[in-house]
Design a protein around this ligand. Sequence first.
Ligand code: GLN
Length: 540
Amino acid sequence: MAKRETKFIFVLGGVMSGLGKGIASASIGYLLKKRGLAVTILKLDPYLNVDPGTMNPYQHGEVFVLDDGSETDLDLGHYERFIDVNMSKANNATAGQVYQAVLDKERRGDYLGQTIQVIPHITDELKRRIVETNKPRRFDVVISEVGGTVGDIESQPFLETIRQIRHEVGRENCFIALLTLLPYVDASEELKTKPTQHSVMKLREIGLEPNLILCRTSRHIPKSAKEKISLFCNVPSSHVIEAREVKSIYEVPLVFHQQGVGDIIADQFQMDGVHPEIEELEGFIHRFKNPNHKVTIALCGKYTELPDAYKSVLEAFVHAGVENDARVKIQWINSEELKTDDVLEEQLGGVDGILVLPGFGNRGTEGKISAAKYAREKKVPYLGICLGLQTAVVDFARNVCGLEKASSTEFNKRTPHPVIDLMDAQRKVKRKGATMRLGAYNCELQPRTKTYKAYRKKRISERHRHRYEVNNRYRKTLQKHGLLFSGINPELNLVEIIELPDHPWFVASQFHPELKSRVNRAHPLFRDFVKAAIKGQNSP
Ligand code: GLN
């Protein structure tokens, strides 16, 4: 696009949270990108934590780690997967960060004795973060998703900031999309629009109104309901979009496209009518819905009742399934239950692959070690991620190298064989936030290994989030007994990937491959793991 002013899109939530603003934002980003525009997406979180790195997965779901080491909201995972751009810490701001920045300036004396207030100081800092995302100018469109719901006390400064931005850059350069819910009432057999009307009223109180209303609904929205929303909320009825449940989140951009969302935004911004290239995504959805194979993968972890804690792993299986023409059925295994051989056989006996999930602390780790042992001995394809590598190494040390009491010092501080241990740099760490080994690190792959066969290159870079490492003092012993270190970090001389040579497919990584899987590019390790699981079904 020729040099024009930056266009700002704000995606807000009405009625309640958890309706999928992240996916809506990513889908809008996708449609604009496919029109040839340069797009970035920001997540603005109104809570006071500085970042989600220290938050309980039960409260917040997965922590999504970026190349630069920042620990961010899981919606950034959707953004990266949909628009295929690597994000940075500038793409996620929490109220906590904003307040911290303002208070640091105040302590430095930057405000020259002024009284510090939410307006203008907090709003100015927020504005700076949104506007400066595009300095130097790289993007045509900056999409900002605001967490929470319109009407929350803590989102007020965010909405006020949007009002000010719109005032400053002009209405023609701003677009507000409101994602709401139309509940269905059985008794009257009706979709109700009132909660949406109330959300729009709340928005108006602060001086904003939506340009587009995305309605989550379990059924078709009749014309009359659209007209009602149109009348009461001041938008043309063609701007009331039906966002029904779909089989795959990757269908959402297509659903939006069919209802003209890209055109509506382009019209508002007076952009040329370009037809977006969505054929690739249509092909993906077709393959997703019509697979020829089916595999069952066991996911062993501790938060098995909370799929959001492992969002990226689940998405990576969607991508890898499609590339292998397979439906991947997930079987959740609570590793705390894997206590006896009978339970192991009962829970893992019928699966085509076993994945031991990342995790922290001691709880459930013996079960994970047993799951790794089961996969190793029964020759079931295995993928270990982070803790899943560490538990595989502990099993190997105990049961192959004969180091009976081997463990990780995270599970047992006094183990006589700390095959997994803290690095010296980590021993001194006292503070919790942002102090792990985080972000992108290089890794050199050993040729003629399963890992190399997956990546087909010698040097890779992957994202980390952990404190513990394979203890280099035990490398020789582990190697002598047949463990293969197929990936090493050259700068720090640390084990990044292990595999078993005499096994159909047993690979584990210290990093998190799931964070770099994309819709159009399944991660090589997930892809080959699923391939091995399919292959295993056909061998005796
Ligand atoms: N708890 C382990 C560590 O800190 C593994 C972390 C993880 O699985 N992300 O090293």
